[in-house]
Design a protein around this ligand. Structure first.
Ligand SMILES: Cc1cc2nc3c(=O)[nH]c(=O)nc-3n(C[C@H](O)[C@H](O)[C@H](O)COP(=O)(O)OP(=O)(O)OC[C@H]3O[C@@H](n4cnc5c(N)ncnc54)[C@H](O)[C@@H]3O)c2cc1C
Length: 389
C-alpha cells in the first residue's frame, strides 16, 4: 500500500550525469553572475536563456508537449545544483514547475497542447498566483472573483507576492467561482495569458534576498479569460493547489539543500585558507565541530528531500506529509547552515566580499514561501492525527 513509506530511490546513471553536468554548468556560467544579480536586482534573462538552451526548463514537461519528461527527483537534482550557485537562478526552474503544475495536473488536453510547448521551451515563463493580501497562509480567504459570462470568465481582484508575475506569459490564477460554496470547494484555477486587457503589475517588492527574482503585486480588472482556460472543473482550485504543493514543496526543499551545500563548501574552503594564532582556523576544534554539524545537517536534509520525491512519485497516500517534512527540515537546515557559514568566515562573512551573507539572506525565503514552516507543521500534524485538510 502506498503511504507506508515504500517509495525508494537510488540515483540512476542518467540522474548522476545530469546532476554533475548541471553542477559544472552552474559553476562555470551561473555562479560568476550570482553576486551581480543580487547587487543589482536584475532579472537574469541570460540565465533563463541558458537554462532553456540546455533543456533544463523542459525537464518537468512531458515529451508529448516538447519536454524531457523526467521524474520529480530529477527536477529536484537540477534545482539543487542551480541553487548551490545562485538561488535566484534556481527559481526560474522551480517556478516554471510551480506555475505549470496545475495545468499539467488538471488541464484539458487542448489546454496542455496550446500552452505547455512554449513553457517547455522556456520561450514563455509561468507564474502561480494564489496569495492575496488577506489570503496568505489562509488560502481559503481568497477574494479574487471569476464570474462566468458566456464562453468566458471575468476575473477581478489582486494578487500579492507573485514570483515572475511581471515577466510570465502564463499566470495560473486562483479565483472564487462560488462565493456561497464551502471554503475548500469554491475556488477555481485559470490559465491567464498575459498581457491582456485589464491585467497590470501594480508594483514589485524590494526584498531581503532572491533579489533577481521579481515578486509582483498583480491587479485583475475585468480580465476576460476563455472558459477553455479554466483548469479542471469549477471548484477544483483548492484541490489543484494542494496537489501542486505536493510536487513543488520538494523543489523548495531541494533549493534549500542547494543553498546549504553552497554555504558549506564556501566555509570549508575558507577554513582551509584562513590563518589565525599561527595556524589554519580549520585546525581549531570549534570550527571543525561546526563544519561537521553543517555537513551532517545538509546530508540529512538532502536524503529526506530525495525520499519525499520517491514517496510523491510512488503515489503515497501521505505524499503531502513527505513534501511538508522535506521543506520543513531543508528550510531550517538552509537557515542554520548559512548562518554558521557566516560565523566560520568571521567579520568577512558579513561583507559582500564573500557569498555567504547572500546565501544567508536567500535561505530565509525557503522558510516562508509555498507555506511557512508553521503551515508545514500543520500539514504534518494533521496527517499524523488523522485530520487531513
Ligand atoms: C519572495 C516571495 C515570493 C512568493 N512567491 C509566491 C508565488 O509565486 N505565488 C504565490 O501564490 N505566493 C507567493 N508568495 C507568498 C507566500 O507563499 C506567502 O507569503 C506565505 O504563504 C505566507 O503568507 P503571508 O505572507 O500572508 O503570512 P501570514 O499567513 O500572514 O502569516 C504570518 C505568520 O503567522 C503564521 N501563521 C499563519 N497561519 C498560521 C496557523 N494557522 N498556525 C500557525 N501559524 C500561522 C505564519 O507561519 C507566519 O509566521 C511569495 C512570498 C514571498 C515573500
Amino acid at each position: 500500500m502506498p503511504g507506508d513509506g515504500v517509495g525508494t530511490y537510488r540515483l540512476s546513471e542518467e540522474q548522476v550525469l545530469l546532476r554533475d553536468t548541471l553542477r559544472q554548468l552552474a559553476d562555470e556560467r551561473i555562479a560568476p553572475r550570482a553576486a551581480e544579480i543580487d547587487r543589482t536586482g536584475e532579472v537574469p534573462d541570460d540565465i533563463r536563456q541558458l537554462l532553456a538552451h540546455h533543456d533544463v526548463l523542459a525537464l518537468p514537461f512531458p515529451e508529448a508537449y516538447g519536454g524531457v519528461g523526467v521524474d520529480l527527483l530529477t527536477v529536484c537534482l537540477a534545482i539543487e545544483q542551480i541553487a548551490r550557485a545562485c538561488t535566484t537562478s534556481s527559481l526560474i526552474l522551480a517556478v516554471q514547475e510551480l506555475g505549470s503544475l496545475p495545468i499539467r495536473l488538471g488541464g484539458s488536453d487542448e489546454l496542455k497542447s496550446r500552452l505547455l510547448p512554449a513553457l517547455a521551451s522556456g520561450e514563455r515563463l509561468a507564474a502561480f498566483a494564489l496569495t492575496e493580501s488577506e489570503a496568505g497562509s489562509d488560502v481559503a480567504s481568497t477574494r479574487t472573483r471569476a464570474v462566468r459570462d458566456g464562453d468566458e470568465y471575468v476575473i477581478n481582484g489582486t494578487k500579492r507576492f507573485i514570483t515572475n508575475g511581471s515577466v510570465a506569459g502564463v499566470i495560473t490564477t486562483f479565483a472564487v467561482t462560488d462565493p456561497e460554496g464551502a471554503r475548500t470547494k469554491n475556488l477555481s484555477a485559470f490559465a491567464v495569458e498575459v498581457p491582456t486587457p485589464g491585467f497590470s503589475v501594480v508594483r514589485l517588492e524590494h526584498k531581503l534576498g532572491i533579489r533577481g527574482s521579481p515578486t509582483a503585486e498583480l491587479a485583475f480588472e475585468n480580465v476576460r479569460v476563455p472558459a477553455a482556460n479554466r483548469i479542471g472543473e469549477e471548484g477544483d482550485g483548492w484541490k489543484l493547489a494542494m496537489k501542486t504543493f505536493e510536487r513543488s514543496r520538494p523543489g523548495i526543499a531541494a533549493q534549500a539543500v542547494g543553498i546549504a551545500q553552497g554555504a558549506l563548501e564556501a566555509a570549508v574552503a575558507y577554513a582551509r585558507e584562513r590563518k589565525q594564532f599561527g595556524g589554519r582556523i580549520g585546525d581549531l576544534q570549534m570550527i571543525q565541530a561546526m563544519l561537521a554539524d553543517m555537513a551532517a545537517e545538509v546530508e540529512a536534509a538532502r536524503q529526506l528531500t530525495y525520499k519525499a520525491c520517491a514517496e510523491v512519485e510512488a503515489g503515497a497516500t501521505d505524499a503531502a506529509k513527505w513534501a511538508a517534512m522535506a521543506k520543513l527540515v531543508a528550510g531550517d537546515t538552509a537557515m542554520s547552515v548559512t548562518t554558521d557559514a557566516v560565523q566560520v568566515f568571521g567579520g568577512y562573512g558579513y561583507t559582500e566580499d564573500f557569498p555567504v551573507e547572500r546565501m544567508m539572506r536567500d535561505a530565509k525565503i525557503t522558510q516562508l514561501y509555498e507555506g511557512t514552516q508553521q503551515i508545514q507543521r500543520l500539514v504534518i500534524a494533521r496527517q499524523l492525527l488523522g485530520r487531513p485538510g
